[in-house]
Design a protein around this ligand. Structure first.
Ligand SMILES: [Zn+2]
Length: 193
């Protein structure tokens, strides 16, 4: 059973490891990730947002089940990135926080699908923004790392609120210690990387 984790959970800052094998459990976890993404009204979800330290994300630019493409990117790499565009972003790991982020306008992304087939896509617009946001997650980068100092001041109270909630949950034993999280991640890596 996967659960969405929120800022400042340490797995969000952990660079995810390349996937070396896909099995039935991983396929069912991908289904669960889509389910969580739709439920939370998101358009993309990276594996480390559900505490899995592996290089995989799912996306559906429509944000709705049965509409638009359901995309799975395993071991994604951006081969070429061009142009620039700025737009507001949010993140399921920082619910309620939005800020403008500058991204490349178009990207060429290389990855593997859940069926093992190679993906080589030239994309732009909203999907290109999603891919860059999710790929950042896999590198331990959050959109709040890419916003202006001025915008950061506007969300600093929200961030402190998330930090306080995290500390409380940890003290209540609802989130593991750093060592426990490290052990959990090592187990997933031993299985899939
Ligand atoms: Zn995000």
């Amino acid at each position: 059973m996967l659960h969405l984790i929120t800022y400042p959970h340490p797995t969000l800052r952990y660079p995810a490891k390349p996937i070396a094998r896909v099995d039935a459990q991983l396929r069912s976890m991908v289904d669960e990730m889509f389910h969580i993404m739709y439920e939370q009204r998101g358009v993309g979800l990276a594996a480390n947002q559900v505490n899995l330290p592996i290089r995989l994300f799912v996306a559906n630019p429509s944000g709705e089940k049965d509409t638009g493409p359901e995309l799975v990117f395993i071991n994604p790499v951006i081969k070429r990135a061009t142009g620039s565009s700025e737009a507001e972003e949010g993140c399921l790991s920082l619910p309620g926080v939005n800020a403008n982020v500058k991204r490349n306008k178009s990207v060429r992304v290389n990855a593997y699908g859940i069926d093992g087939r190679e993906i080589d896509l030239e994309i732009d617009g909203f999907l290109a923004r999603i891919v860059q946001h999710e790929l950042d997650h896999l590198d331990g980068v959050l959109f709040i790392d890419r916003i202006s100092e001025e915008n950061r001041k506007q969300i600093i109270d929200d961030l402190m609120g998330f930090e306080a909630t995290f500390d409380m949950k940890r003290k209540a034993g609802l989130i593991g210690s750093d060592q426990q999280l490290l052990d959990e991640r090592a187990e997933w890596e031993a299985k899939y990387c």
